[in-house]
Design a protein. Structure first.
Length: 167
């Protein structure tokens, strides 16, 4: 329980997100925004939980107006296996979220409209995050793969070139 409460204390909400929430309320899109924020929150907590498991120093888990970030004090000083697990732990959260939504839909708890929207939002966040662009998870995965056969600086530079080329 202590690791969970420590992780929850790291959560920060960007001040501009409150404006986005107010706009969502004013335009009757509050439920949609809450779905997206829940997806982003669970995704980032996946990174945070994996990092906590490996005793990484977690600076913060921030919810931003247009996404989220789990900031760590670890910068290439951990084994690649740990880095891979921490990076993949965010995207893996989407699998169980979609499965849970499906079960709630089958059970009649989640109406079809909200189920479809939740799945679409979930896939959008997941696929966007897997783009091979640094610092998204896809870019970090590319970096980890390149680091297996190249020195750190060379792998980082190649990742940045690939990121720019992907834009």
């Amino acid at each position: 329980m202590n690791k969970i409460s420590d992780l929850l204390r790291k959560i920060r909400i960007h001040p501009l997100l409150w404006i986005v929430i107010a706009l969502a309320v004013a335009t009757a899109h509050f439920i949609e925004l809450m779905m997206v924020l829940l997806i982003i929150f669970v995704h980032e907590m996946g990174h945070g939980a994996a990092a906590s498991f490996f005793a990484w120093r977690i600076k913060k888990i921030a919810l931003l107006p247009f996404g989220g970030v789990a900031e760590m004090d670890e910068h290439g000083n951990r084994p690649l296996k740990e880095e891979l697990i921490v990076v993949v732990s965010g995207p893996l959260q989407h699998v169980w979220m979609m499965a849970a939504a499906y079960l709630l839909f089958l059970g009649g708890i989640f109406p079809e409209k909200w189920y479809t929207l939740f799945i679409e939002y979930n896939l959008m966040v997941l696929l966007f995050n897997l783009l091979p662009i640094w610092p998204l998870d896809g870019g970090k995965l590319i970096f980890i793969l390149m680091s297996m056969n190249s020195p750190f600086q060379e792998a980082h530079l190649r990742t940045l070139y690939l990121s720019v080329g992907s834009l």
